[in-house]
Design a protein around this ligand. Sequence first.
Ligand SMILES: NC(=O)c1ccc[n+]([C@@H]2O[C@H](COP(=O)([O-])OP(=O)(O)OC[C@H]3O[C@@H](n4cnc5c(N)ncnc54)[C@H](O)[C@@H]3O)[C@@H](O)[C@H]2O)c1
Length: 316
Amino acid sequence: MTDKVQKVLVAGGAGYIGSVLCGMLVEQGYEVTAFDRLLFSAEPVEPLLDKPNFTLIQGDLRDTSAVSAAVLGQDAVILLAALVGEPACDRDPHETVDVNYLGSNVVLDACRYHGVERFLFASTDSCYGIQEGILYEDAPLLPISLYGRLKLAMEKEILLRPTDNGFCPTILRLATVYGLSPRMRFDLIINILTMHAVINKKIKIFGGKQWRPLVDVKDVARGFIAALEAPADKVRGEVFNIGHNDQNYQIGQLGQLVTDVIPGVATETIDQPPDLRDYHVNFDKAQNTWASRRSTPWPRGSTTSGPPSRARPSGT
Ligand SMILES: NC(=O)c1ccc[n+]([C@@H]2O[C@H](COP(=O)([O-])OP(=O)(O)OC[C@H]3O[C@@H](n4cnc5c(N)ncnc54)[C@H](O)[C@@H]3O)[C@@H](O)[C@H]2O)c1
């Protein structure tokens, strides 16, 4: 732990990533406050409630007073809270704008106003949309959903804020996350394929050729902590892709991997994918900025992993 950052507010701390991240931060001795509307209950962080260095505040990003009070006195704020994923965001676009853009800006401005130095934002590789080649952080951003467009709009807002008073905003663009969390999400590609393989002995693959980079939820939590602990001048105003180069997979490969691990599973392929996102991402920048610690490599062997060393395309 650095000398400086001790008090960390995790907005969205009771969610899929947040509950894993809060657990790790508490374990490492940070003073952690989770601020969450508790859309999926408080259960994911209940085991932390008896820890002296953990506090849970039930609150909404759109409640300016509640956000201001929660942010005041923190050394760092990690903004995970959002309506997450395309289907959830399309259900009520007005509410999505209120939470993912206007509410997120409330947190950003409260940090600036109250002099919170570190602000970490969870963005997404969905910002890349549909693109060929290997995508670095400076690739064009072409989101194809409201979810992705609002993440991009927030990235722009964050990078517009002056940093002259020591403000240190950092954007982490996450690959699609997988793995176990106290708040499980079964709408994420690996988690849902595994669930169907185990329960129904059948998986459906929509399309198959689309590239989808993946990352273990524990590695995402480690990424946030590494960014928090990195020298401010290395991460101020920077964007980092969070994932691993050898976990870029095509959807069809993922189906194959799941059926290799779980025997006796039938695969149905449906030509028209409802989700057209297609991006192959490079993750060197984070790796080169902080020594990346990662979970046990998954899956074993590399025969189906994406090409590791395609040249960087020009103009990205
Ligand atoms: N899981 C992924 O694959 C993935 C990939 C890229 C980016 N992200 C980003 O990471 C962040 C966390 O995602 P997650 O997978 O943990 O999702 P999640 O839905 O499990 O967690 C979101 C949390 O935010 C809370 N929340 C929602 N609206 C709120 C509001 N108005 N006020 C306060 N709290 C509110 C929810 O109660 C929930 O606990 C999101 O910003 C998401 O866009 C996730």
